[in-house]
Design a protein around this ligand. Structure first.
Ligand code: FE2
Ligand code: FE2
Length: 167
């Protein structure tokens, strides 16, 4: 694929992926305002933007998605970089501006990313136990574990009910 088209497809993918989440937030707002027809419209168009995002991504899939060993290593490195470089910068800046909610969100995301990195690292070194049948994901901070959902999330303190099973 030509360079410029490749960049444009990637940009379109990012734009549609963002629109998906933005429209779901709009739908939630419309629910709160008790305008269910508009909430439904936003949810329907969000679903369409998800289709677009997936379709764009499919066009450049071979450029982005490699074999699983490579994808694991790539994911591990991204988690490391984001938790060691990018989030600390964001946390520092939020603290400087006195934005405690953002600092907390960034801080917990950074902590959760370090656990993601550990899970990938174990997978890379092939020490994932075949007995792992499910993962538990904290819906507040994104902490992931292959154990039972803890009583309290070790990253954000959320109770067990806040965990969602991925199996
Ligand atoms: Fe992560
Ligand atoms: Fe959590």
């Amino acid at each position: 694929m030509q360079e410029k088209t490749k960049d444009n497809v990637y940009k379109a993918f990012i734009g549609e992926a963002k629109a998906y989440f933005r429209l779901l937030a709009y739908a939630e707002k419309a629910e709160e305002e008790e305008i269910p027809q508009i909430a439904l419209l936003f949810r329907a168009v969000a679903e369409a933007e998800r289709v677009h995002a997936t379709r764009h991504l499919n066009l450049i899939k071979d450029l982005i998605v490699k074999d699983t060993d490579t994808n694991l290593m790539d994911s591990f490195k991204r988690e490391q970089s984001i938790s060691e470089n990018e989030y600390p910068e964001l946390i520092k800046s939020a603290e400087e501006e006195g934005e405690t909610a953002a600092a907390t969100t960034f801080g917990q995301a950074r902590d959760a990313e370090t656990f993601h990195a550990k899970l990938y690292e174990r997978a890379i070194y092939q020490v994932i136990k075949n007995t792992v049948k499910a993962y538990q994901v904290c819906q507040v901070c994104g902490y992931v574990t292959d154990k039972k959902a803890p009583d309290k999330c070790p990253v954000c303190g959320a109770p067990r009910e806040k965990f969602r099973t991925v199996e």
